[in-house]
Ligand binder design. Structure first.
Ligand SMILES: *Cc1c(COP(=O)(O)O)cnc(C)c1O
Length: 490
């Protein structure tokens, strides 16, 4: 069963938690207890069966058939490698490549699966409603959600992205999406404005009522939805099993995990994996110049009232990290009163401060750092020169923060750095790092080919085909008009 981080709703089944996406009155769904597992039992499973075993623990009210169908996506050819999530070892650490799905970023791993979970949840609840999926994106979630939900019967999906806040390739990926049920809107604002507007719609009794009168349920494809987070827990087990199989660590030996972080979903999945019993020593949370999380771990003050920077790692340009609420909930031993207070402060004033005991517990459970913009490009160049391996700018943030940590701490524990996007998705920035200024504003198609020639990696199919596709979505909207845009669907 699922409970709210703010204690403001009775227990819900997993079908209800997934169908709703978030608690209608604010707050996020979390499992009422976290199962303990023995990772050794998973040793001989392939990725799909590992996902099946782990996801079943959390989705006890969904039919087995649903979860089986859902996890089949990892083996049916839509990921471009036989091992959908390879761990590429480079010595004392390795990169967990999470970007072999159709849209070349890690969001595919959950968003290929979510449509199965969501439509099955609706059926399990005995509803015949249409689901309208509202999604705010900082660049990668949007396309991954569109690919997952396009032409899925009984669903419609609307994606809001910050008009000036995504890469050219990310934008084209979204605006060229086919499907009868897809809508893409460029918002004249930043990601936080998109996400806040969407969350407010979920919180509005009036809007919900209008939709339920039209037999439509609102749900979310953002990582506020438990169905988004759950499939992400699986690959931390997979990473560990690969590290053991590759003889990088002894059986039972602990690893560190580094996650380039924005909305705090990916690293939260790692935290849950650790709580389930996976031998993880340190979780390292890496931010870009929008370093609100790193500041929090220093000071105990979460302050989103600050300049919003557009960076080389746009999918991490976020000041309000939604899943941090789930983390604070766990760290305070599930103190729903405290969480309600802190996060309503955040909603009204953009800031909260925790007591010193809570801060100490946060620090015991996570290490945080951030990377300057210039160091992101330097890191891409340096790793390529030293290792012949190519990082996208988000992964480069993770690598930089990890190197700083390792130097300072002397901690040589084997470390898994999650590689969250293909470098081709940010080809212009990667070329800028590798070849200099000439490539800053070069044509994105040329950039893809130049990068491919240079590093001798193949361009992911989903990006290669983009150039010949027609733009189908041209809607634009001011942030304050998002509710009326949505209401038109009711
Ligand atoms: C979404 C995204 C992130 C941030 O992940 P969160 O779960 O939001 O913290 C990092 N890198 C890339 C490439 C992403 O698409």
């Amino acid at each position: 069963m699922y409970i709210s981080t703010r204690g403001n709703i009775e227990k819900q089944t997993s079908a209800e938690a997934i169908a709703l996406g978030m608690v209608p009155y604010g707050g996020l769904f979390v499992p009422d207890s976290i199962p303990s597992v023995n990772w050794q039992e998973y040793k001989d499973l392939d990725y799909s069966n590992l996902a099946l075993r782990i996801m079943k623990l959390f989705l006890t009210d969904l039919p087995d058939e649903t979860i089986k169908n859902a996890v089949s996506v990892y083996g049916d050819g839509r990921f471009d490698t036989q091992n959908p999530v390879p761990l590429v070892d480079v010595g004392t650490y390795g990169f967990l490549e999470l970007w072999h799905g159709p849209t070349a970023a890690f969001k595919d791993i959950a968003l290929q699966v979510l449509p199965y979970l969501l439509t099955s949840s609706i059926r399990t609840l005995g509803l015949d409603s249409e689901v309208l999926i509202l999604t705010a994106t900082s660049g990668d979630t949007g396309k991954a959600a569109l690919e997952g939900f396009k032409d899925v019967p009984g669903t419609r999906i609307v994606v809001f992205y910050p008009a000036a806040g995504v890469s050219h390739i990310q934008e084209l990926q979204m605006t060229t999406t086919r499907g009868q049920n897809t809508h893409v809107v460029a918002v004249n604002g930043n990601f936080d404005q998109c996400q806040t507007a969407v969350k407010k719609i979920f919180g509005s009794e009036e809007i919900r009522k209008k939709f339920s009168e039209s037999n439509i349920i609102l749900s979310s494809a953002n990582s506020i939805n438990w169905g988004r987070l759950l499939p992400q827990i699986v690959y931390y087990f997979w990473a560990y099993l690969q590290a053991v199989a590759q003889n990088k660590i002894g059986s039972g030996e602990e690893i560190n995990v580094v996650v380039p972080t924005g909305n705090f979903g990916n690293i939260l999945a790692a935290y849950y994996a650790k709580r389930m019993g996976l031998p993880i020593a340190n979780l390292i949370c890496a931010s870009n110049k929008n370093n609100v999380l790193a500041d929090f771990f220093n000071s105990g003050i979460y302050n989103s009232n600050r300049p919003f920077y557009l960076t080389y790692s746009p999918s991490m340009d976020i000041l309000i990290s939604s899943n941090f609420e789930r983390f604070i909930f766990e760290i305070t031993d599930r103190d729903e009163e405290k969480v309600s207070k802190l996060f309503s402060n955040l909603a009204t004033d953009g800031i909260f401060e925790v007591d010193s005991e809570t801060l100490e517990k946060c620090r015991q459970n996570m290490i945080a750092g951030w990377a300057q913009e210039s160091s992101v490009l330097e890191s891409i160049d340096r790793v390529y020169k030293d290792l012949g391996y190519v990082l996208d700018p988000h992964t480069a943030v993770g690598w930089r923060v990890y190197m700083d940590y390792r130097e300072k701490s002397g901690d040589n524990t084997y470390t898994v750095i999650t590689s969250t996007a293909s470098p081709f998705k940010f080809a212009n920035s990667v070329l800028l790092a590798l070849k200099g200024d000439d490539y800053k504003n070069s044509d994105p198609w040329q950039a893809l080919n130049t990068l491919s020639d240079l590093i001798e990696w193949k361009i992911p199919a989903g990006l290669k085909n983009l150039q010949s596709m027609t733009i189908r979505h041209t809607d634009k909207c001011e942030p304050e008009k998002i509710p009326s845009y949505i209401l038109a669907f009711a």
